[in-house]
Design a protein around this ligand. Structure first.
Ligand code: INI
Length: 168
């Protein structure tokens, strides 16, 4: 028996244009996420001049900025980088929930991948672990997810006749 179609394109970023939105809140951590994100994009072939970075105040501002980048800059994917630490805020749950929900909605509403590269941590130690030490770097992981999703969605769309939404 043979498989049907399997879509798993190589992780090749050449020619892709990627937006990065980085939250300045907890900047100590988000600069590490941004550095790893840019490094992984470069390592996988995304040209530096095809990357646009927008800094925003905090994780709550990530979704709207991702949407606007998609609307105005013709990017193939957007990576959202942030760091939310429970120990540092009483409204952790609101910020964490709303930024995650907004990022998911931005992707679904626009059809462009919007990657959740947000560290959510109970403690400063956990944030350290996830921003470039024991538990890896969420920013680097998000870069790979952006390339993979841009390629997968492009491949999926190639097999689909373009029909106006109203006729579906
Ligand atoms: N923003 C973050 O990115 N991380 C946090 O941990 C955080 N805390 O702790 O509140 C945070 N708050 C700011 C929020 O994202 C907005 O920027 C602000 O409320 C203005 O809309």
């Amino acid at each position: 028996m043979t498989d049907g179609e399997v879509i798993e394109p190589p992780l090749d970023g050449a020619g892709l244009s990627v937006g990065i939105v980085a939250a300045r809140f907890n900047e100590f951590f988000t600069t590490h996420l941004l550095r790893a994100c840019r490094r992984e994009l470069r390592r996988h072939g995304v040209a530096d001049e095809d990357v646009i970075v927008a800094w925003v105040p905090g994780a709550m501002e990530l979704p709207i900025t991702a949407r606007e980048l998609i609307a105005s800059r013709d990017v193939d994917a957007v990576v959202c980088l942030g760091c939310i630490i429970r120990g540092e805020t009483t409204h952790y749950d609101h910020v964490a929930q709303e930024s995650a929900r907004g990022i998911a909605r931005a992707a679904l509403d626009t059809g462009t991948p919007v990657i959740y590269g947000v560290v959510t941590a109970e403690t400063l130690a956990q944030a350290v672990d996830r921003s470039g030490s024991r538990a890896g770097n969420r920013g680097g992981d998000a870069a790979l997810a952006a390339i993979e999703m841009a390629r997968v969605l492009a491949a999926v769309r190639q097999g689909r006749p373009v029909v106006p939404a109203a006729e579906l």
